[in-house]
Write a protein that binds this ligand. Structure first.
Ligand code: SF4
Ligand code: SF4
Length: 80
């Protein structure tokens, strides 16, 4: 899953673009629900939130590295 860094400026560009509704405004900044983030596998070639973020504050979460199989399993669970 991906992770939003504290540099986030709450611009709301990423939230509407996520195909899994994994992004929402947390207490201070936008946050990604790791249970829902598939790194855009099944939808896009690259994570679309990363593409739209104007300050590049979305990264691969080093504490939550997932295999393509695991990400695909999440995709099928959510989208059938
Ligand atoms: Fe949503 Fe894709 Fe970003 Fe994950 S990588 S939060 S699925 S837009
Ligand atoms: Fe924060 Fe980037 Fe999302 Fe804007 S696009 S809300 S700066 S993570």
């Amino acid at each position: 899953a991906l992770k939003i860094l504290s540099a986030c400026i709450n611009c709301d560009m990423c939230d509407p673009e996520c195909p899994n509704e994994a992004i929402s405004l947390g207490e201070e900044i936008y946050e990604i629900d790791a249970e829902k983030c598939t790194e855009c596998i099944g939808h896009y070639d690259k994570p679309t939130c990363v593409s739209v973020c104007p300050i590049d504050c979305i990264i691969n979460d080093p504490d939550n590295i997932e295999t393509e199989d695991k990400l695909l399993a999440k995709f099928f669970k959510m989208h059938g």
